[in-house]
Design a protein around this ligand. Structure first.
Ligand code: SF4
Ligand code: SF4
Ligand code: FES
Length: 234
């Protein structure tokens, strides 16, 4: 069967083209990429690590949907591309610098730690979000990045929520303040991020929870507040 891969090289013209490859049936996408590299075209470039859905390094898009290459079984006619929203370095490898910087901007870590004991219930509150493997699939699937490259994005926000509900965090308000601009109010709640997450994390719901936390601290959704400026009285 045949698959197509979008090849990218910053120094070639054109920089990017789809190339077609004949591969055996029944392979995972990662096995197919390895087959191509060892038997057909040694210049193909991609990332891999654990081979078992744990490290997050093999995320790509198949037919415009984000998948982990080591978990996806290839079908005839599949079109494989690098993740969106990050700069492509070569073929299927993207620069992870930008998505990882959003974690810092969103203060998605413990800012100041209270010394308290954590029981099983407390740990359950943050367990799901802690399973994030930083694959960047949610970031690639998010439509807001198409219009706003400064948007903090799903995984930084879901991580922020993980620490807002962490009982040890004393600076919850400061954490919320870090995600007001280019953050929770810019999300359209489309749910793409939740749909593609290989770990079953639900950034959309976490963002809605963060919006409630922001309201609790007295912050308003500026998009709703701005209705007034159009003279709309309800
Ligand atoms: S729900 Fe929000 S963060 Fe998730 S993909 Fe849609 S716009 Fe992006
Ligand atoms: S939240 Fe899910 S999709 Fe997003 S980076 Fe983490 S594991 Fe990947
Ligand atoms: S190689 Fe680690 S998640 Fe696929």
């Amino acid at each position: 069967m045949k698959i197509e891969i979008r090849r990218y090289h910053p120094h070639f013209e054109p920089k990017s083209i789809f190339m077609s490859y004949e591969i055996p049936e029944g392979l995972t996408l990662l096995e197919a990429l390895e087959h191509i590299k060892s038997k057909l075209d040694s210049t193909l470039t991609f990332s891999k690590g654990c081979r078992s859905g744990v490290c997050g390094s093999c995320a790509v898009r198949v037919n415009e949907k984000e998948v982990l290459a080591c978990e996806y079984r290839v079908k005839d006619g599949d079109k494989i591309e690098a993740l969106k929203a990050s700069e492509v370095v070569r073929d299927l490898i993207v620069d992870m610098k930008k998505p990882l910087e959003t974690l810092k901007k969103a203060k998605s870590y413990l800012l100041e730690q209270n010394i308290v004991s954590m029981d099983e219930e407390d740990e359950k509150m943050t367990k799901k979000q802690s399973d994030c493997i930083l694959c960047s699939s949610c970031y690639s699937s998010c439509p807001v990045f198409e219009t706003n490259p400064d948007f903090l994005g799903p995984f930084a926000l879901t991580r922020n929520y993980r620490y807002v509900v962490d009982k040890r965090e004393t600076k919850k308000k400061e954490k919320i303040e870090a995600i007001l601009q280019n953050g929770i109010w810019d999300c359209t709640l489309c749910g793409n991020c939740t749909e593609v997450c290989p770990q079953g994390i639900d950034p959309k719901t976490d963002i809605m929870m963060l919006q409630s936390w922001a309201t609790k601290f007295g912050y308003q959704n500026p998009n709703i507040a701005n209705f007034g400026s159009f003279g709309l009285d309800f």
